[in-house]
Ligand binder design. Structure first.
Ligand code: R5P
Length: 287
């Protein structure tokens, strides 16, 4: 004990901080889960801008994703999180960019056929790639695929719980399916009930009910390319109605000015810009 400096700074009279965790529904999760969720959801705002470019796994080289090195790598710096497949991550995203990854962790058919027999990738690969979350589709209301995708989601949640890796449930939209708040609220809630810590769904009228009835954060997909002003209105309306951010692809990488667009989306999601202010920012940056 010689030279041992005695402990004296116990902060007596100062209560330990027991403030709730900044991610909805995550207060009771373990440290690893929380650490990974904190990489995705900014602790200051509780929100995220995920850049989605996993489209190639069902669509092949779609517009704006012909060359990941040229189209996507320059945008990585502006995203809070990357959503992509393992193939694109390990071939085309430099590991020293140090961005959290929501790894597309299921695989199935392409747009050339109907949804079929979706499967999960190995959890070892998810760990090896240091993913911060696993994205897994759930296809509610699809007679052939509902049970298969629910089983995938539940299995992914089991594996994620084992290793502290959260799952993002991705609500599918098949050709026959409704696209209203009632449907998306059901699909989102089922994802959370099966263990998802994040849900990705679509914005629609009545979205506030989807977000309110889902016990974990809901992020919205952008969907098909819209004019930039409308896409920023979509982002603004979504976060105003309770979304915890966006998981946006085509409305960023198919924009006339993708770097300007993702910065404007980021400002609407995190900095409280209105859609009009976001559009003004987009035009300024584009100019
Ligand atoms: C679709 O299967 C993918 O999960 C996309 O990542 C998702 O739809 C988001 O991309 P977008 O904003 O282009 O809809």
């Amino acid at each position: 004990m010689e030279g041992f400096r005695e402990a004296s700074n116990f902060g007596l009279g100062q209560a330990a901080d027991t403030a709730a965790f900044h991610v909805k529904g995550a207060s009771s999760l373990g440290w690893g889960m929380k650490d990974r969720l904190s990489r995705i959801f900014n602790p200051a705002t509780g929100r995220t801008v995920m850049l989605a470019f996993d489209h190639g796994f069902i669509m092949g080289p779609t517009s704006g994703l012909e060359r990941i090195d040229l189209n996507i790598v320059p945008l990585v710096q502006y995203a809070d999180c990357l959503m992509c497949t393992r193939g694109i991550l390990q071939t085309s995203i430099p590991a020293n960019m140090n961005k959290p990854v929501c790894l597309r962790s299921d695989a199935g058919s392409t747009i050339l056929t109907e949804l079929n027999r979706n499967v999960l990738i190995d959890i070892e690969d998810v760990i090896r790639l240091n993913a911060s979350a696993m994205a897994v589709m759930f296809s509610a209301g699809d007679g052939d695929q509902e049970a298969v995708t629910a089983a995938n989601l539940a299995r992914a949640a089991d594996l994620g719980n084992r290793y502290g890796i959260p799952v993002m449930g991705v609500t599918a939209v098949g050709k026959q399916m409704a696209r209203d708040a009632r449907y998306f609220a059901l699909a989102s809630r089922v994802c959370a009930e099966n263990g998802a810590s994040i849900v990705k769904t679509y914005y629609c009228e009545g979205f506030e009910k989807i977000a309110a009835s889902c016990p974990v954060p809901v992020v919205i997909a952008g969907g098909k390319k819209l004019p930039e002003k409308e896409a920023l209105e979509l982002c603004y309306n979504a976060v105003s109605d309770g979304a915890a951010g966006v998981d946006m692809g085509r409305n960023v990488f198919q924009s006339d000015a993708p770097a300007a667009m993702i910065q404007a989306v980021h400002a609407v999601v995190h900095d409280g810009l209105t859609a009009a202010q976001g559009y003004e920012m987009y035009c300024d940056l584009k100019g």
